[in-house]
Design a protein around this ligand. Structure first.
Ligand SMILES: [Zn+2]
Length: 301
C-alpha cells in the first residue's frame, strides 16, 4: 500500500523552471539533467514496485534531517518486523569494478553508492530509535537502468540490478505478514517528519528581470500556445489547460523562485507575459490567496 507518492523536489522544480526561462551554464545543465534522470529512474522503480505489490507500507521519497544533516530516501518499504530502504541509481553505460571502486571507462570512480545507502540506513535507524521505535533496517542500492553494467562486479546482497527486482520482492513476500500497528505508526511518524520546504543553498543565480516571461506548458515547457476564452493549448505538444489553472500554476512557480518577494498583481501580470488581463489575474489571486496590505501596497499571500 502506497502511503506517500513521489513528487519532484524543490531543487528539481527550480531547475526545471530556470531551464525554460534562462540559459543555464554547462555545469547547471548537468545538474538539471541529473535531476531529470534521477526522477525518471525513481519512477521506473515505483512502477516496478506497483507491479510486484510487496506486502507492506510504501513511502516514496522522504527528506529527513538529523541535526544539520539532510538526507533523501528514495523509497521505503515498511513491514511489521523490518524496514527496507532503497537507493535508486539511474546510471547508464559500462563501468569496471577495480580496487573496490566502480570506475567509468575513463577511469573516474563513482561515489560508493553502497556506503551512501548504508549511511542513510544508520541515520534512519537512529532517528527511529530516538523516537522510541527500534526496528531492523536494511538498505539496498538499485541500479534501475537495464543499460548499466559493471564488469567484474562481485555479487553483493545490498545491490540489486533491474532484472533482479521482481525476484527480490517475491522473496520478501514470503517473509511478510500483513502490516501491523507498529508499521503503521512508524510510517505515519516518518511522513510527518518529511521536510517539504528544503531549499538547497547552491542554486544558480537568477533575478526576475533576467528571466523570460510567459506561461510555460506543464507538459513540454514550451511558451508557444494559443488560447480560447477558457482554455490554453500548447502549440508544441497539444496539451490543454484551463486558463485559470495555468495562471495559478504560474503564480506557484513565481513563489517557488522568489519565496521572499511579496506576490503583487502587477508582477504576476508581467510574469505571465502581459498575455492575460489584469482582472483575470486578480480573480485567480483572490480565489487562491489572501489579500494583504503593507506600506508598499497590497500583495497576496
Ligand atoms: Zn506543451
Amino acid at each position: 500500500m502506497i502511503l506517500k507518492e513521489r513528487t519532484k523536489s524543490v531543487n528539481h522544480l527550480i531547475y526545471e523552471s530556470l531551464n525554460s526561462r534562462m540559459t543555464l551554464s554547462s555545469y547547471e545543465k548537468v545538474q538539471y539533467d541529473n535531476q531529470v534522470k534521477g526522477f525518471l529512474g525513481e519512477q521506473v522503480f515505483d512502477d516496478c514496485m506497483k507491479t510486484c505489490q510487496p506486502d507492506g507500507l510504501i513511502i516514496q521519497d522522504l527528506l529527513l534531517s538529523t541535526r544539520d544533516t539532510f538526507y533523501q530516501i528514495d523509497s521505503l518499504l515498511i513491514t511489521p518486523n523490518h524496514i527496507y530502504l532503497y537507493e535508486v541509481k539511474n546510471y547508464s553505460g559500462s563501468y569496471h569494478y577495480k580496487d573496490g571502486m566502480i570506475q567509468s571507462e575513463a577511469g573516474y570512480a563513482l561515489q560508493d553508492p553502497v556506503a551512501q545507502a548504508d549511511r542513510k540506513r544508520a541515520y534512519l535507524y537512529n532517528l527511529l530509535l530516538n523516537h522510541g521505535m527500534q526496528t531492523e533496517v536494511s538498505s539496498h542500492v538499485v541500479f534501475i537502468n537495464p543499460d548499466f553494467y559493471i564488469y567484474a562486479f562481485p555479487e553483493q546482497k545490498a545491490v540489486l540490478f533491474s532484472g533482479q527486482l521482481s525476484a527480490h520482492f517475491k522473496n520478501l513476500y514470503q517473509d511478510i505478514t500483513a502490516p501491523g500497528h507498529l508499521s503503521t505508526s512508524i510510517a505515519d511518524k516518518l511522513i510527518r517528519m518529511h521536510i517539504t520546504h528544503y531549499r538547497p543553498t547552491n542554486l544558480p543565480d537568477y533575478s526576475f528581470d533576467q528571466l523570460k516571461k510567459g506561461i510555460v506548458c506543464p507538459n513540454c515547457f514550451s511558451f508557444r500556445h494559443t488560447h480560447s476564452r477558457q482554455t490554453r493549448t500548447c502549440l508544441n505538444c497539444g496539451a490543454q489547460e484551463k486558463i485559470s489553472e495555468a495562471i495559478h500554476r504560474s503564480i506557484e512557480e513565481y513563489r517557488l523562485l522568489f519565496p521572499d518577494t511579496p506576490v503583487k498583481k502587477a508582477d504576476i501580470y508581467e510574469w505571465c507575459g502581459h498575455d492575460l488581463s489584469k482582472s483575470r489575474i486578480q480573480t485567480v489571486l483572490k480565489t487562491h490567496y489572501c489579500r494583504k496590505q503593507s506600506g508598499l501596497g497590497s500583495y497576496y499571500d
